[in-house]
Design a protein around this ligand. Structure first.
Ligand code: GRG
Length: 416
């Protein structure tokens, strides 16, 4: 654990140090807690970068890849020139950089959708509050990566407008759920700023979350694809069920872990899994390929939430942009606590009373750190990341497919 903590400190320092130098993509990479050493291990996604305009940090990344060119097979490739059979010279880049052109207007386009569908200025403001570019944009990023990887696999090139719409819809459903979550949890802080429920009253905020969902539903309808509509609608039913499950708890340890994993799938992984399945279906993928896209998203999503639950115990609130140990304070027993129960059964009654008695939160926090719960959580997350990487490896080799593998690495090493 000490080793892990040291790694976290080193990564955080690397991020802070390079943050001012970062181009947008590298900033996002930093939010994930990557540093040059990690990149060297995983330099697997490549794009052609013009000689001008490469920021110092990105230049270092390029040098790292060039150093290992023969081992990794680096070649350069423009994201707009990707097509079956054409694989010119690769240079390394992070997934955000690879998709820079695809992602740069995503929030602007979402804000336009939010704006066009109402003339009520306050509703526009509240609904746009979290589309400020401060999130990691993980969901649109993986949706577009999977779109381009699948398109390449089935001999199509580029990105379909409908696939880009799904990337936007995924981020909109995510934000609507964050807004509702903030109201339910009475949050104070998110992404380093006052959470939406602090700025406006909870009735208006709840309506704004509903409004984002409704605009998202109209965008789904415009896709005019019944199967995709079903897949994307599933996300919302599962999100609600996941949140509902979180309100309850289970008596026995076994039941509790199964309950936690189902809840985690519904609350976090379903959104990624089903949006990736939707973009694959829009490409005309067969069932097998659509299932690979779904399973990749499911594994990345589970790992992402496991790491989120882990970071709640080890990260500072400054790094996270939201308070830490928040889950315990909300009465939630996540993976680190459930694992810690094996060694410290005295956690069981605390879980059952949802850490409500004086001193419960502090004691549980201490026992989790004394147990192997954090390592076990990380191990389980890693298992899902490896499975995601294995699934991505079964898609035809392309810069996007390789970037999907890099993403699985970013998820396990992320710092916020
Ligand atoms: C109204 C759609 C809807 C749902 C209602 C409230 C609720 C049911 C569900 C809550 C689901 C929720 C908030 C899950 C948390 C998932 C999670 C790990 C969020 C953090 O994601 P990041 O780190 O956030 O990607 P950023 O800020 O980077 O976008």
């Amino acid at each position: 654990m000490l080793g892990d903590r040291r790694l976290i400190t080193v990564c955080t320092m690397a991020c802070l140090g390079s943050g001012r130098l970062c181009v947008r993509g590298v900033e996002k990479l930093c939010q994930f807690g990557q540093n040059i050493q990690v990149r060297r291990k995983t330099s697997a996604a490549f794009v052609r970068i013009k000689d001008t305009g490469i920021q110092p940090f990105a230049r270092t990344l390029l040098r790292n890849c060039q150093d290992t060119k023969t081992q990794t097979g680096c070649r350069s490739l423009s994201s707009h020139q990707v097509g079956p059979g054409s694989m010119p010279d690769f240079q390394p880049v992070d997934p955000y950089r690879l998709l820079e052109d695809d992602l740069k207007d995503i929030y602007k386009d979402i804000r336009k959708e939010i704006h066009w569908n109402t003339n009520q200025e306050e509703l526009r403001k509240i609904a746009s509050y979290y589309f400020d570019g401060q999130g990691k944009a993980l969901r649109p990023m993986v949706a577009i990566l999977m779109s381009r990887a699948v398109n390449y696999h089935i001999n199509k090139s580029g990105l379909l407008p409908a696939q880009r719409q799904v990337a936007m819809i995924a981020e909109m459903i995510h934000s609507a759920s964050l807004i509702h979550d903030d109201v339910i949890d009475q949050s104070d802080f998110r992404r380093g700023k006052p959470s939406v429920n602090v700025v406006w009253n909870h009735k208006k905020v709840t309506m704004a979350g509903d409004y984002i969902l409704a605009v998202g539903a109209m965008m789904i309808a415009r896709l005019r694809n019944d199967d995709v509509t079903l897949v994307l609608s599933q996300i919302i039913t599962e999100l609600v069920q996941g949140e509902f499950m979180q309100l309850g708890s289970k008596e026995t340890e076994n039941e509790r872990f199964a309950h936690y994993l189902t809840k985690t799938y519904r609350k976090t992984a379903s959104l990624i899994a089903n949006s990736l399945k939707a973009v694959a279906m829009l490409a005309g993928a067969d069932e097998k390929l659509a299932e690979i896209a779904f399973q990749y998203g499911r594994n990345v999503g589970l790992a992402f939430q496991l790491v989120d639950d882990l970071l709640d115990f080890v990260s500072s609130s400054d790094a996270m942009g939201k308070p830490t140990a928040a889950d315990l304070k909300l009465g939630l027993a996540t993976a680190p606590v459930l694992f810690a129960c094996e060694k410290y059964p005295e956690l069981n009654p605390m879980i059952m009373r949802r850490f409500q008695e004086a001193g419960d939160v502090e004691k549980a926090f201490e026992l989790v750190h004394k147990s192997q719960g954090l390592e076990q959580t990380r191990f389980l997350a890693k298992k899902h990341c490896l499975e995601a990487a294995r699934l991505a490896s079964s898609i035809a080799e392309s810069p996007y497919q390789k970037a999907l593998i890099v993403v699985s690495d970013l998820v396990i090493n992320r710092m916020k």
